[in-house]
Design a protein around this ligand. Structure first.
Ligand SMILES: Nc1ncnc2c1ncn2[C@@H]1O[C@H](COP(=O)(O)OP(=O)(O)OP(=O)(O)O)[C@@H](O)[C@H]1O
Ligand SMILES: [Mg+2]
Length: 334
């Protein structure tokens, strides 16, 4: 019996779903290695690595082998995937074949797609079908993708902004920007450094973004965070405001607006009219930022749709796909 799995190798989160089971694994896309006198040894992967972030000395490095929509370190990507599959007791083999539904960003070059295929082959998964991640996100949001009425979906994850227009089961126009929540974390660190002369960790920046980040410019939330004073090099505490977080995100927000506008401009008039009428659905982790719907609606003049579970739209759509082979057939990238 063939096992049907779905894999979303996101820049922040790796999600695995199984036919009839639903979500079976969600782990951080991270690998930690320890430097030794003879080179590097594997320390840990996934959620365990996440716990180490910002808490280790120079001898341990934690990184994402897949990020911003591409495989950065093939060998560590293989190690990570293999370990995670073992964790859920899956050992693909001739006797235990796996069919994998793999989500990828829109507009990926053939060469990069081949690398993802090789990654799957390296963990002994031979039968791989590719579906654009944005289609899974649309399905997760219960969008009727088969209709002849174009819908725009924008997924904002940890490493990419995937912006696409879907009509009659296919992506008719779309692009991927190598910008995401992780880029924002670095931008927040930089902003705080310049404004307050202190250094905060990336994890602290991520917490600021998720806990007080807001696109309402008059949001008065604040948060105390630990930092290192750049002059004295001593540990200190500063109060960061929601306005600080907003100010560090302006370049990112400008790019987000630009990619949406550019995509709409490229559309034939009928499809552009559909998108304007249907509104734009936002998914991915960043869709949870406070005030996103109003911010985009005001900037674009188009209705913006953000659901309660918009952050797990791709996972929900992938689950629908592994459970419905006919649906999978209609959206598989040939
Ligand atoms: N409430 C929130 N406000 C802002 N950002 C958030 C919030 N919750 C999660 N995020 C961010 O969402 C990102 C993760 O989103 P997601 O899980 O969709 O990414 P991914 O699928 O792994 O990455 P990608 O699709 O870009 O490859 C992280 O950067 C995280 O900090
Ligand atoms: Mg994603």
């Amino acid at each position: 019996m063939q096992t049907i799995l779905g894999l979303d190798f996101g820049s922040s989160n790796i999600v695995v779903v199984m036919q009839n089971e639903g979500l079976i694994l969600k782990e951080s896309n991270l690998v930690s290695v320890r430097r030794t006198t003879n080179g590097y040894t594997l320390e840990c992967v996934g959620n365990q690595s996440n716990k180490l972030l910002g808490k280790t000395g120079d001898n341990i490095t934690t990184f994402s082998p897949v990020g911003f929509g591409e495989i950065v370190s093939f060998d560590y990507a293989v190690i990570l995937l293999k370990q995670l599959l073992e964790k859920i007791h899956l050992k693909p083999s001739f006797l235990n074949p796996i069919k994998l539904v793999l989500l990828l960003p829109v507009g990926m070059q053939e060469q990069e797609i081949q690398k993802y295929m090789e990654l799957c082959h390296a963990v002994k998964i031979k039968d791989v079908v590719i579906v654009p991640g944005i289609i899974a996100s649309a399905l997760g949001e219960n969008i009727n993708i088969s209709a002849n009425s174009a819908k725009m979906v924008v997924d904002i994850g940890g490493g990419t902004i995937d912006c696409a227009v879907i009509n009659m089961n296919h992506v008719v126009c779309g692009s991927t920007l190598a910008l995401g929540g992780r880029t924002l974390d670095s931008m927040i660190v930089e902003f705080i450094q310049k404004k307050y002369g202190v250094t905060i960790g990336l994890k602290t920046a991520q917490n600021l973004k998720e806990d007080i980040g807001s696109l309402y410019q008059n949001d008065s939330s604040t948060m105390q965070v630990s930092c290192i004073d750049n002059e004295t090099m001593l540990v200190d505490t500063i109060e960061v405001s929601a306005k600080d977080v907003f100010d560090s995100m302006t370049m990112f927000l400008d790019e987000l607006i630009r990619v949406i506008e550019t995509t709409i401009i490229q559309l034939p008039p009928e499809l552009a009219a559909d998108v304007t009428r249907n509104g734009i659905t936002i998914t991915g982790g960043y869709s949870k930022i406070v005030g996103l719907e109003k911010y985009l609606r005001t900037k674009l003049g188009i209705n913006i749709l953000v659901s309660n579970e918009s952050d797990i739209a791709a996972q929900k759509g992938l689950t629908r796909l592994v459970n419905n082979i006919n649906l999978l057939e209609t959206v598989t990238q040939k």
